[in-house]
Design a protein around this ligand. Structure first.
Ligand code: AMP
Ligand code: MG
Length: 504
């Protein structure tokens, strides 16, 4: 194995996905930009990687994380994948503006294992098609902050280590500032990587991919025979991880916005932050992507779309599995697995043990929220506080009065509250402890569009301080930070005018 050390970035490097060769990844170099500057560095992630605190100040680091300067021991590559976009086969896509720098191996004692490093926005690649290979500051700030917000929430995601910008203009509707996010994951494999080789009838490449996933232990696959058995085991694990991810997205009101199969991580990570949104006022059919005219990726469609996407993955594995019935059987486990995972999530949010009646109570709470389009994050957090402050007497509901007011304060609310308090009393003798536990699963802070927008507007004027504030707040979203109430408040009316499209 060719591994090597970089004195400035003191990690051991090797080719990760690039090891598979040119059928999978094309050796490629970034197109450098001038006058790069750091917009933000994620110190917490750097620490988990085992990097020294001053790593980013060392010579050449901006060139590595902005301009893709190759690391010793690793070759920079762009990978090829295909996919279904908005339900239609789109053919070959690939890393049009992403470049893999290589795979880092952790120093002894590091919290994180091996990671692939990828730059987004480093210039054109053989897969750029009509695009310029660049990313703009606005969308890069959103990706940088949201991936860390998801990690703070405990939801599987790609991570973001750094954000750099360059005055080199990038043309979208108007000239904008160029930026590069360095993002990390054990693997950036997408459903689309498998679909690509299946569409080319390249069974050997498909088998090689499955071997690679197994050998690198990305999915902790059970030991099976190679071939059919292992491909089915892979599908089974991906179905489970995807079902669990969907339940977690739904639990915090996260809309991805572009659930094309090329944006679906094989590892069940949240991947490719584009027109995403954390729900403001709760509306189950909310469409966050202004380019999604038919609402294919509306909030309440996400689990169903994930299932559809898994069918694409199952179809792609068919040349290896060669058994339609066995494949469909695995795919059909999705609904029960999703419902199980959702039941666990919603019960934790209510402070109750998972059960059919807890799920019913959770769904009814969401229905009350939907009537008023109440703030999704605020309502769950409000419920946690009301339980924490409750006396435990069923005739005393004062701690719930404010939440009740937000949710309509009518008979439907009274009935729900009475059922809920009864369930809480059956579970715990300490509402305070129950409410405290609920505060660990119902966040105070999420990356609302308007918070990101304020950070973006300031950054465009050269002030990056709001990015630091949000990074710090969103990294620990369950802790109330004194003086930061405004960040937990419902979206202001102007937030509705923020239009987030695929333009990035
Ligand atoms: P997305 O909608 O961002 O997931 O992108 C879909 C495909 O378009 C992927 O293959 C991207 O790499 C590619 N792409 C998106 N934006 C650009 C760009 N500015 N330059 C080159 N390729 C791009
Ligand atoms: Mg994408």
């Amino acid at each position: 194995m060719d591994v090597s050390h970089n004195p400035a970035l003191p990690l051991t490097w090797r080719d990760g996905y690039a090891r598979l060769g040119p059928t999978f990844a094309t050796p490629w170099q970034a197109t450098p930009m001038t006058d790069l500057q750091w917009v933000s560095v994620n110190h917490r992630l750097a620490q988990d990687l085992g990097l020294p605190h001053d790593w980013y100040q060392r010579p050449g680091m901006l060139d590595v994380l902005g301009n893709g300067q190759p690391l010793p021991g690793a070759s920079t590559v762009a990978t090829v994948y295909s996919g279904h976009q908005f339900g239609v086969w789109a053919g070959q896509l690939g890393d049009g503006r992403a470049l893999l720098l290589g795979e880092s191996l952790p120093p002894p004692g590091a919290a994180l294992g091996p990671q692939e490093w990828q730059l987004k926005g480093a210039g054109r690649t053989p897969y750029s098609r009509m695009g310029d290979g660049r990313a703009v500051l606005r969308s890069s700030i959103r990706e940088y902050l949201c991936s860390e917000a998801m990690h703070g929430l405990g939801i599987p995601t790609t991570r973001a280590l750094s954000l750099v910008s360059s005055p080199t203009p990038v043309f979208r509707e108007e000239p904008e500032t160029a930026a590069v996010v360095a993002r990390l994951a054990p693997s950036f494999l997408r459903f689309g990587h498998f679909e690509h080789f299946a569409s080319r009838d390249n069974v050997q490449a498909l088998e090689q991919l499955i071997d690679y996933v197994d050998a690198e232990n990305f999915l902790a696959l059970p030991r099976t025979q190679p071939g059919r058995e292992r491909a089915l085991a892979l599908l089974d694990v991906v179905v489970q991880r995807t079902a669990s991810l969907m339940a977690q997205w739904q639990s915090v009101g996260f809309c991805h916005g572009v659930m094309n199969t090329d944006n679906m991580s094989l590892l069940g990570l949240t991947l490719d932050y584009g027109p995403f949104q954390f729900m403001d006022g709760y509306h189950p059919g909310h469409i966050c992507n202004h380019s999604d005219h038919h609402g294919r990726y509306a909030f309440d469609q996400q689990p169903r779309v994930a299932h559809w996407n898994l069918f694409c993955l199952g179809q792609a594995l068919m040349p290896v599995v060669d058994d339609v019935q066995a494949t469909v059987e695995v795919l059909n486990t999705f609904t029960a697995r999703y419902e199980q995972a959702w039941g666990v999530q919603v019960a934790r949010k209510l402070g109750l043990p998972a059960s059919a009646s807890a799920t019913t109570l959770g769904d009814a709470f969401l229905a009350l929220m939907a009537r008023q389009q109440a703030d999704h994050t605020g309502a769950w957090r409000g419920l946690s506080h009301a339980v924490r402050d409750w006396s435990g007497r069923s005739d005393d509901t004062t701690s719930f009065a404010e939440l009740g007011h937000q949710l309509g304060a009518d008979d439907a609310w009274d009935r729900w509250l009475s059922d809920y308090l009864q369930a809480v009393l059956q579970t715990t003798s300490s509402p305070a402890a129950c409410g405290e536990a609920m505060r660990r699963v119902n966040p105070a802070y999420v990356l609302h569009n308007h918070l990101g927008e304020i950070a973006i507007r300031r950054a465009q004027e050269g002030d990056f301080s709001e990015i630091e504030t949000l990074l710090s707040l969103l990294s620990d979203p369950y802790d109330d930070r004194p003086g930061f109430d405004a960040y937990a408040a419902p979206a202001p009316p102007w937030a509705q005018s923020i239009a987030i499209s695929c333009s990035s």
